[in-house]
Design a protein around this ligand. Structure first.
Ligand SMILES: Cc1cc2nc3c(=O)[nH]c(=O)nc-3n(C[C@H](O)[C@H](O)[C@H](O)COP(=O)(O)O)c2cc1C
Length: 395
């Protein structure tokens, strides 16, 4: 790509981020667990779905706006919770939340973010969503929930698919830490990222600020990593979801559902929404693509519980495919992180614009004018479901 060529896809943002973000933080984003099979399957599963081209329909007036969790959205897309976004670009969570607010879509702040809940709230006016892990220190968790409530967060997202952490080879090899340790390898790499270093030198936000200073005995990042690995609670069950339901009086979402039975259990626990997700292929390597799990889950929960989806979404076409297969809304993780790492706030905005434009054009070429009309009928039947009679027909 020529350096001054216009950015026309999320892939362009990814390439730019790969050049601008220090290696260990770029690798942290662009990897899956173990062999990366599920990470790749997420994108491949979406790419394999074919759309039906329709013509002769007046598509001159189109609307992408809708509602997610009772909130008006410019398009049915939200920014997924991602740890360490503030290491892709200085103050990354604040910038991404601001871009989301200006665009008119929800932003989700991770527990393991760099900028704190209060910091993001102070720099935005649209209520954001806050993501939570179940931690053994329940008093700290209750304080986090109360802080999210005080900050005006409109939804709490409990992540269910990380009671233990899947192994990501690159993070281990890179010695991932926040801030990076001053090893020779890191220093050599940082020397090639002057923009990143300059921005990082100008901010105080360089560690897990939801946690450091809020938990006794955690004062630096190295003891924090230890604390996190010790804190994630492996007893996580639906009982804890019910407990959180009692504690939190606003919207409650559980994330990491890949099985219809689990989806029904979530609905019984009284959650408002579920996110069909395999954590972007970062947890159980060998799990199927999240798009292949979506239709059965959407059918299992019916209309009682809102069904959101994530995993592998890199374009507006991917969004439309997920909506057609039963999602009420779609979360994007890496797509916006690539934008953030490439160009900060402007890069997140660019990512959202690219997705919106592609969603809009694809709807037009598929003959629909409203995202609410996305349904199975938009998709071309896969070749293997050709009726036997047609396959056997004489030529
Ligand atoms: C770098 C990175 C960090 C993540 N951190 C979190 C997190 O802190 N909490 C969480 O629930 N999910 C986390 N996720 C998973 C995302 O919320 C989302 O499920 C996933 O990124 C969707 O796949 P995609 O990146 O292909 O869009 C993370 C994903 C990435 C790529």
């Amino acid at each position: 790509m020529f350096p001054d060529a216009p950015i026309t896809s999320v892939e362009d943002l990814r390439r730019l981020a790969a050049r601008r973000v220090p290696r260990m933080f770029y690798d942290y984003v662009d990897c899956g667990s173990w062999t990366g099979a599920t990470y790749r399957a997420n994108e491949q599963g979406l790419a394999a779905i074919r759309l039906r081209q329709r013509v002769g329909i007046d598509i001159s007036r189109r609307s992408l706006s809708g509602r997610m969790l009772g909130e008006d959205v410019a398009m049915p897309v939200a920014l997924a919770p991602t740890g360490l976004a503030g290491m892709q670009w200085a103050d990354g969570e604040i910038l991404a939340a601001r871009a989301a607010e200006r665009f008119g879509v929800p932003f989700t702040l991770s527990t393991v973010s760099v900028c704190s809940i209060e910091d993001v709230a102070a720099h935005t006016s649209r209520p954001f969503w806050f993501q939570l892990y179940l931690m053994k220190d329940r008093a700290f968790m209750e304080r986090l929930v109360a802080r999210a409530h005080d900050a005006g967060c409109s939804a709490l997202v409990l992540t269910m698919d990380l009671p233990v952490q899947g192994q990501r080879h690159l993070d281990i090899k890179n010695g991932l830490s926040t801030p990076p340790r001053p090893t020779l390898r890191n220093l050599v790499n940082l020397a090639t990222k002057p923009r990143w270093c300059l921005n990082m030198a100008r901010t105080q936000r360089r560690t897990f600020r939801n946690i450091v200073g809020h938990v006794e005995g955690v004062s630096d990042a190295s003891s924090l990593a230890h604390w996190v690995s010790e804190q994630f609670d492996q007893t996580l069950s639906w009982e804890h979801v019910r407990w959180l339901r009692r504690l939190w009086d606003r919207k409650l979402i559980v994330k990491g559902i890949m099985d219809p039975e689990d989806a029904r259990a979530a609905a019984r626990a009284g959650v408002d929404a579920i996110v069909v997700s395999n954590h972007g292929g970062r947890q159980l390597d060998g799990a199927p693509s999240s798009i292949s799990a979506l239709p059965a889950i959407a059918e299992a929960v019916g209309a009682r519980t809102e069904v959101l989806f994530d995993g592998g979404v890199r374009s507006g076409q991917d969004v439309l495919k997920a909506l057609a297969l039963g999602a009420g809304g779609v979360l994007i993780g890496r797509a916006f992180l690539y934008g953030l790492g490439a160009m900060g706030e402007a890069g997140v905005t660019r990512c959202l614009e690219l997705i919106r434009r592609e969603l809009d054009l694809t709807m037009a070429l598929c003959g629909i004018t409203d995202t609410a009309d996305a349904a199975r009928a938009l998709l071309d039947a896969p070749a293997y479901s050709e009726p036997a009679a047609r396959l056997a027909a004489p030529v």
